[in-house]
Design a protein around this ligand. Structure first.
Ligand SMILES: NC(=O)c1ccc[n+]([C@@H]2O[C@H](COP(=O)([O-])OP(=O)(O)OC[C@H]3O[C@@H](n4cnc5c(N)ncnc54)[C@H](OP(=O)(O)O)[C@@H]3O)[C@@H](O)[C@H]2O)c1
Length: 325
């Protein structure tokens, strides 16, 4: 496979820590250039990852030796820069949340499809094999009939200047963090979910959601209780409760590549812990993007799920009781 030549718009923390090391390690990708608003930062990234430093986002998009771009910008900037990237004929891997409104995500996916380009939202955890393993256990009847789902993704407070505290950049836990438990609920209950109610704690001074909790349900009344936030001790898990038992997975959303997942299954007469193989969700997510480009896959399951996830976030925001703190 000819290496995919890619560039990066914005020298983000997630690019430095996770995505660029993994992209550089993937022989089917070749980092050509990185762009930053700050030339010194672009040079720092370029030196570490063996690429060129572009003087601006626009100049990177104007290059003919780049096939695809990775967009790790703040959420509010995704819409315009994903649209410009597609306009420049590039495939796009954009960070989550793709946009702050489902309508905008639908438009971007439609543009990508019209142009024969691949657009993917970088929700990486779904690419970890532990979730398919849990799904298989449930399908085998290990917990009986599904009765409820619950999931938590909460992280500690961030430094005061963090993009997540800036309302104008669509910061806040709703876009940055709630996507994980929402997507996990969709993964295990299907995407025909609706929001029953929600509570959001809004930072009065900064105008961003610090944390929240939501109750969703399926059409057959299976509830999903979700918690998300950025003012907590780190927790990342889900629990599936069934007629004959329950199944819990810890470190569900950001496991390191060497982590050995443990699925805990409780039934009336016994408790079992099943070890699953480690997996690298970052490398898998990148490979999935690369494979989609090779296959010309402009639509499909991941696009549908990304749109359903965005619609649930719209619904959650609309229905939530917002408490200023
Ligand atoms: N998929 C995941 O697991 C995961 C994990 C963490 C974060 N994320 C997502 O990745 C994105 C970036 O998060 P991050 O934590 O890496 O943030 P970050 O370090 O603050 O990076 C954001 C980058 O956007 C660029 N930028 C352009 N205009 C900006 C503005 N007005 N204010 C601030 N930055 C601006 C900056 O790059 P230049 O200055 O170099 O242009 C900055 O480095 C977010 O959408 C977040 O939700 C995803």
């Amino acid at each position: 496979m000819t290496p995919l030549r890619f560039g990066v718009l914005g020298c983000a923390d997630i690019a430095w820590r996770r995505m660029l090391p993994a992209m550089s390690a993937d022989a089917s990708m070749r980092l050509v250039a990185v762009a930053s608003r700050d030339p010194a930062r672009a040079r720092l990234f370029a030196e570490r990852f063996g690429a060129e430093a572009a003087v601006s986002y626009e100049s990177l998009l104007a290059r003919s030796d780049i096939d695809a771009v990775y967009v790790p910008l703040p959420v509010a900037l995704h819409r315009v820069w994903v649209a410009r990237s597609l306009g420049a004929g590039k495939h796009v891997l954009a960070e989550k949340a793709l946009t702050a409104r489902a309508r905008q995500s639908v438009e971007l996916y439609a543009t990508a499809a019209e142009m024969g380009l691949v657009l993917r939202e970088n929700v990486m955890f779904v690419h970890h094999s532990q979730h398919a393993a849990v799904q298989a256990l449930v399908a085998q009847g290990v917990i009986g009939e599904m009765r409820s789902f619950s999931s938590t993704f909460v992280i500690p407070s961030r430094p005061a200047h963090d993009i997540r505290y800036q309302a104008s950049l669509s910061g806040g836990a709703l876009y940055d963090i709630a996507v994980y438990p929402i997507r996990a609920a969709m993964y295990h209950l299907g995407d025909q979910l609706c929001v029953v109610g929600a509570v959001l704690r809004l930072d009065r001074a900064r105008g961003v959601v610090l944390s929240g909790s939501a109750l969703l349900r399926t059409s057959t009344g299976v509830p999903a209780q979700l918690e998300f936030g950025m003012e907590h001790m780190y927790r990342s898990n889900y629990l599936l409760s069934g007629s004959d038992g329950c199944l819990a997975l810890d470190l569900a959303f950001t496991p390191p590549a060497d982590h050995r997942p443990l699925v805990r299954v409780e039934r009336r007469d016994r408790v079992e812990e099943m070890a699953l193989p480690p997996d690298d969700q970052v490398a898998n997510a990148i490979r999935a993007f690369r494979t989609a480009i090779a296959a010309g896959d402009t639509a499909g399951e991941l696009v549908d799920a990304s749109i359903s996830q965005a619609r649930l976030i719209d619904e959650l925001r609309t229905r939530a009781e917002v408490v200023s703190v």
